[in-house]
Design a protein around this ligand. Structure first.
Ligand code: HEC
Length: 99
């Protein structure tokens, strides 16, 4: 009986952990996968737009309208990004970061 009792406790504890992980995943999803505009810049834009390698021009201080247009539509060597890659919230944060 002692065994049954403790294994039920263990199962409860594991169930609680799984629940904690699941709700964390939901939170992370609803908050988007990017945490800041800087993160998007560092991990995506900076790859081409940092002075080194400097494939694209410096975009810090670029006009918000231009950033939005380039990100969604691309232009020549500049690729476009979909909502699933950079969601609206992240784009707004990114534009803010670049100001
Ligand atoms: C694969 C490399 C690459 C990545 C990644 C990239 N860009 Fe670009 N981008 C370019 C190139 C190359 C140009 C110049 C294109 C042209 O006009 O011929 C450019 C141009 C631009 C321009 C126009 C700048 C100007 O002065 O004309 C903006 C704004 C811009 N990119 C924003 C972004 C943002 C924001 C991101 C991140 C979400 C990003 N780019 C990611 C390569 C890249």
């Amino acid at each position: 009986m002692g065994f049954m009792k403790s294994s039920r406790h263990a199962a409860l504890a594991i169930g609680g952990l799984a629940l904690a992980f699941a709700s964390n995943a939901v939170l992370a999803d609803s908050a988007g996968k990017w945490t800041s505009g800087k993160e998007v810049y560092d991990k995506v834009c900076g790859y081409c737009h940092e002075p080194n390698p400097g494939l694209g021009p410096n975009i810090k201080g670029a006009h918000p309208r231009d950033v939005r247009e380039r990100v969604r539509q691309g232009h020549r060597a500049m690729p476009s990004f979909r909502q699933s890659e950079i969601d609206e919230q992240a784009l707004a944060q990114l534009i803010d970061f670049l100001k």
